[in-house]
Design a protein. Structure first.
Length: 389
């Protein structure tokens, strides 16, 4: 099949939507399909990122809004594809795809992955509310099929009424993890030395995620400010010393570093150097526990959780719809009340102070990742959906 993937950001940019679009494209290309990715051109150097398995078309935008960009040229660029797969949200691109679908109707098969609600900060919130109420439902209704990363998220999100009205249109296909890359291994000595970590008496709490304004909802500042509470739960005679390792890049990184300095946590909070995709599994295997402290519904799943689980690491995350879907609380990790420092600290300490529990949870997480989130299985499910259409 000739398939177009339309996405607001794509690699080398690192983010959940970008990663899923990449996994879809590469997996489908390996199955023999002709894949073209359409995405805005944000940086000239992005043109150097090429994949031999499929084509990437980076289009010049006629106006940008955050991670969105107006791409009217999609109107004629998408005309000859059997399947057009739109990754939503994509402000400025989704609307063009929608208009094309209205014109072509049954001649164009449109699949949408609804990744997340968009809430936004104080300045963009009115626009997002307008779009969610008047435009988004029309885009979703135009699709032949809508993929959600979890039924839990869909039933608690801005599309819940659309799901209730037409449940047959929606299908759950969660993000996947490449089990040939993410698997348990020993802590890499070079990384231990690089970051001054002493594995005999220090426990590593790991956060992985984009550190830019578009991902404000990851809760990194909340996590940093909670460090005193984490220390409190370890007690006066702690069984371990705690270090937080933050892996990610973006325009908020300096802000977070300044917050660490303000809180006097320079010896306890470490920011990694830029980490390549190939080296990322080594960072998961460096950790004793992986945390996702997201603060609102803009976090719909948390791919880092299943990557950590595949590496046999227990996980602790905010009890948000969709995010909690991969966590069997008390089995492979814990969820905690959103933005509740004490609850988060209690859960983290419960795992890190009990080596037997930590190992047991890690093994349970690996089993679940292999059973439910294998890339090979989920890409095949996506291919079957295309074939049905």
């Amino acid at each position: 099949m000739k398939i177009a993937q339309v996405v607001c950001r794509f690699k080398p940019y690192k983010g959940g939507i970008s990663n899923m679009a990449y996994d879809y494209s590469l997996g489908l290309a390996k199955l023999g399909h002709q894949i073209t990715v359409f995405t805005p051109l944000y940086n000239e150097q992005d043109k150097d990122f090429k994949i031999p398995n499929f084509e990437i078309k980076r289009l010049t935008s006629f106006g940008k809004l955050g991670n969105g960009a107006f791409l009217p040229q999609l109107f004629w660029q998408l005309k000859n594809f059997e399947i057009v797969h739109l990754h939503y949200p994509f402000f400025g691109g989704a609307e063009v795809v929608w208009l094309l679908k209205l014109l072509k109707k049954e001649k164009m098969k449109l699949v949408i992955t609804y990744h997340m609600d968009v809430i936004g900060g104080i300045f963009l919130k009115p626009f997002f509310k307008f779009h969610t109420k008047f435009i988004m439902p029309r885009i979703i209704n135009a699709a032949d099929k809508v993929i959600v990363t979890s039924v839990d998220y869909a039933q608690n999100s801005n599309i819940k009424e659309l799901v209730e009205k037409n449940p047959a249109k929606f299908i759950e296909i969660p993000p996947s993890v490449d089990l040939t890359r993410f698997f348990p291994s020993s802590k890499e000595k070079e990384l231990l030395y690089k970051y001054g970590i002493h594995p005999e008496f220090e426990k590593i709490l790991l956060f992985v995620g984009a550190l830019d304004k578009a991902h404000y909802f990851k809760g990194v500042d909340f996590l940093i400010r909670s460090f005193d509470v984490l220390d409190h739960f370890r007690g006066e005679n702690p069984l371990y010393q705690l270090k937080l390792l933050v892996v990610g890049e973006g325009n908020l990184k300096e802000k977070y570093k300044n917050l660490v300095a303000k809180e006097g946590l320079q010896e306890k909070v470490i920011f990694s150097e830029p980490v390549s995709d190939s080296d990322l599994p080594n960072y998961y295997n460096l950790a004793d526990l992986v945390v996702l402290p997201s603060i609102d519904r803009s976090e719909a799943f948390g791919i880092t959780l299943i990557e950590a689980m595949a590496c046999a690491k227990p996980v602790v995350a905010s009890n948000l719809p969709g995010v909690r879907n991969s966590i069997d609380s008390g089995i492979n990790g814990y969820t905690f009340e959103v933005k509740n420092e004490g609850d988060m600290a209690y859960r983290i300490n419960a795992i890190l102070s009990n080596n037997v529990l930590r190992d047991k949870m890690g093994q349970a997480g690996q089993t679940k990742a292999e059973k439910f989130y294998s890339q090979d299985i989920l890409i095949k499910k996506l291919e079957n959906l295309y074939k049905e259409l």
